[in-house]
Design a protein around this ligand. Structure first.
Ligand SMILES: Cc1cc2nc3c(=O)[nH]c(=O)nc-3n(C[C@H](O)[C@H](O)[C@H](O)COP(=O)(O)OP(=O)(O)OC[C@H]3O[C@@H](n4cnc5c(N)ncnc54)[C@H](O)[C@@H]3O)c2cc1C
Length: 457
């Protein structure tokens, strides 16, 4: 079977879905392949642009501050690449990068407004939402359900951490203790913090309950009333002005549930940032898929790109495998957004670090070839460390138009673009830049695809 389209997007995480939506909105016949689940769906659902300079513990106060530092120190970072098209005056590179990132942030906020994942935050400053550990982290955009306007500003705010019996993912006592110590050390509100545990048995199950089970349970109308009934007493006991719940407020009705709880209790309610499997990550994935489809894009789920055909300097087609069929898809331009090790965009084993669809050149953090190098040489023993994991910086190098380059430094094909975490040159885990780089590079790659298609027709 053969299919044809204008743009074939390979990969359905943040990078692929942003690129696909931009392309489909311009009226191009856009097809997207997603072989399985993405890192995007496993993320906390908060969109980090840039939180830290690698190996520095003081966070950036705003994405703009972070981007100027990154552009000055790391010229091959994906954000820096945005500033290098030959149209840009060298003195305006930082402004160009900041402008493009701001545009992407505003694009995400506007396009996700009416989805299950509406966003709060702005390019002008980083915000510091609370995690399920009771720590805070710098990020740019969070889902509305995670946002509290007044908690850390109102001098008399009092916060109640709420856990669920039988839900092992969140311990409200630990979170309350860590958070209070942190606030006291800064001398900032809230100065009063409490915790409580509620009983819930989603679908009759009362132990080993997952976040997703609670979220599905809370999507039912009566569950929120029950939660409010249980919460009334602990809220009154500590005089809480704010209630923090783990990220479980619903898969489809989280915003509605937050507002309903606030109305029933007369306090501000918000979700904490959590770890995978992540309800807000799934909401973000669902929201991105819905805007892609509404823009006219078509998606083939469970379909894997496995190899390609080439005609002169172009990719002419991609061979795609699904459990019961093989398809050849021919497109005018291709965006490779297959992610890193979780998404499956890179394979790492005893043969080194490889890109499996096009066999593109991969490089290490030092920009040496990653072929034949054991991935374990690039890992730290401490999993979560400010030093990050050098293996995350491995990937593809691209030209100023986000086209992967070969060993000669020239683009590998004139119509193949790459975006997202498959790119080399940054470590999202230490910088806190994962979904931001994916969105900005996906948006930029799509703009370059539009220019390319405009030029060849
Ligand atoms: C546990 C965890 C928590 C995180 N938390 C945050 C956070 O709080 N904030 C933040 O900003 N970032 C976070 N990140 C980082 C962020 O999630 C990633 O950087 C980002 O999602 C990468 O997006 P992507 O589109 O490049 O790749 P992915 O989201 O991984 O998408 C890749 C897609 O490609 C598909 N694919 C792969 N190979 C093929 C193929 N051959 N054919 C067809 N499809 C294919 C996959 O199925 C998937 O759909 C987190 C990451 C992890 C792992």
């Amino acid at each position: 079977m053969n299919l044809e389209c204008d743009v074939l997007i390979i990969g359905g995480g943040m990078a692929g879905l942003v690129a696909g939506t931009v392309s489909a909105k311009k009226g191009l016949n856009t097809l997207l392949l997603r072989r399985g689940q993405s890192a995007t769906a496993n993320s906390s659902g908060a969109i980090d642009i840039i939180g830290y300079m690698p190996e520095v513990s003081e966070p950036f106060s705003s994405p703009k501050e972070g981007l100027s530092t990154i552009a000055g120190l790391y010229p091959l970072h994906p954000y820096s690449i945005v500033g290098y098209s030959d149209m840009v005056d060298p003195d305006r590179v930082v402004d160009e990068i900041a402008g493009r990132v701001r545009e992407t942030v505003n694009w995400l906020k506007k396009n996700l407004r009416k989805t299950v994942s509406p966003l709060k935050g702005s390019f002008n400053h980083n915000i510091h939402p609370i995690t399920i550990l009771g720590t805070t982290k710098p990020t740019c955009l969070i889902q509305e359900t995670m946002y509290s306007e007044s908690l850390q500003k109102d001098d008399d705010s009092a916060l109640l951490f709420v856990g669920f019996s039988g839900h092992p993912d969140f311990n409200p006592s630990v979170a309350a203790k860590t958070y209070l110590e942190d606030r006291l050390s800064f001398g900032e509100p809230p100065r009063k913090v409490g915790r409580c545990i509620l009983e819930t048995a989603p679908f009759g199950k009362s132990y080993n309950i997952s976040s997703i089970e609670i979220a599905r349970h809370l999507d039912h109308e009566t569950s929120i009333q029950d939660l409010a009934n249980q919460l009334k007493r602990p809220v009154e006991q500590i005089g809480a002005s704010h209630v923090a719940v783990p990220p479980v407020l619903g898969l489809k009705k989280a915003v509605e549930n937050k507002l309903r709880l606030e109305e029933l209790l007369g306090v501000e309610v918000f979700e904490l940032l959590g770890f995978p499997p992540s309800v807000p990550g799934l909401r973000l994935q669902m929201a991105l898929e819905s805007i892609f489809r509404k823009s006219g894009g078509k998606m083939l789920v469970g379909h894997e790109a496995v190899s390609y055909t080439r005609a002169e300097d172009r990719v002419s087609g991609v061979l795609v495998r699904a459990p019961r069929r093989e398809i050849q898809i021919d497109a005018r331009a291709y965006v490779l957004a297959t992610g890193k090790f979780i998404g499956g965009g890179l394979n790492g084993d005893e043969n080194g670090i490889r890109e499996p669809v096009f066999d593109l050149m991969t490089v290490t953090r030092e920009y040496h070839s990653a072929e034949g190098i054991l991935p374990t040489r690039f890992t730290n023993r401490i999993a979560i460390s400010p030093l990050g994991q050098p293996v995350y910086s491995c990937g593809l190098t691209v030209d100023p138009y986000f086209r992967p380059v070969g060993e000669d430094g020239l683009e590998w094909a004139s119509n193949l673009f790459a975006a997202g975490s498959i790119l080399a040159g940054y470590d999202y885990s230490s910088e806190k830049s994962g979904l931001g780089v994916a969105a900005v590079s996906g948006y930029s790659a799509a703009k370059n695809v539009l220019d390319y298609i405009g030029e060849v027709t």
